[in-house]
Unconditional design. Structure first.
Length: 209
């Protein structure tokens, strides 16, 4: 059995045992909302986090977390979500979510946004609090427009993040990246990003460019 097959078996086993729970979460668009959401979940490990900006009023996220007792912990988490103005749903038994939707969260950035989007590929240490540190240090003026992470059992978590940068705030973003001390690569000029993840630029003569 190859490693890809073993990974698939491990993922389905964790879901089947109820140790990993797949959640759909809807949160309002406000500063630090992802950090507030994570405070409802910690100290439980997050094994998946997928989001792409598409609505100025709300964010829809797919999350996977590890639990010890699904029947007890998930109602507690969903209640915490509700208290904070979030809407959460356990979709662990939804086959469409497990097999397809979790891999399809993404797409192009909507047109008409004023702030520049920068795309970064990070290496997060696979230890408790690594994601929380990122969300806590990121200043409220920077909007997370894309986030993709999936735990594959290694020492390093590969994370892709889109950050909207207000005009004149690039130096502040550079300072954040320096203070974070996580290895990263700027992928903003990557052909794949430009082809599949950002908005399609147009001109009046030739249409798409």
């Amino acid at each position: 059995m190859d490693f890809d097959r073993l990974r698939f078996v491990a993922e389905r086993a964790r879901l089947g045992e109820g140790k990993e729970v797949l959640l759909s979460v809807v949160v309002p668009d406000r500063p630090k909302v992802f950090y507030q959401m994570m405070r409802c979940i910690l100290p439980r490990p997050v094994t998946e986090f997928s989001y792409r900006f598409g609505d100025a009023d709300r964010a829809v996220i797919i999350l996977s977390i590890l639990v010890q007792d699904r029947d007890t912990e998930i109602p507690e988490i969903l209640t915490q979500f509700q208290t904070n103005g979030f809407t959460g749903e356990d979709i662990s038994d939804n086959e469409l979510a497990k097999s397809h939707a979790r891999y399809l969260v993404g797409g192009r950035l909507p047109t008409g946004l004023l702030d520049e989007e920068r795309l970064y590929r990070f290496e997060f240490p696979e230890r408790p609090g690594a994601l929380g540190k990122f969300l806590e240090l990121l200043k409220p003026e920077f909007n997370i427009s894309l986030f993709h992470y999936r735990n594959h059992g290694g020492d390093i978590g590969k994370v892709l993040v889109g950050i909207q940068v207000p005009q004149g705030k690039r130096d502040d973003l550079e300072n954040f990246l320096k203070d974070l001390q996580y290895p990263f690569v700027d992928e903003t000029e990557n052909l794949v990003y430009k082809s599949f993840m950002t908005h399609i630029a147009k001109d009046s003569k030739n249409g798409e460019i």
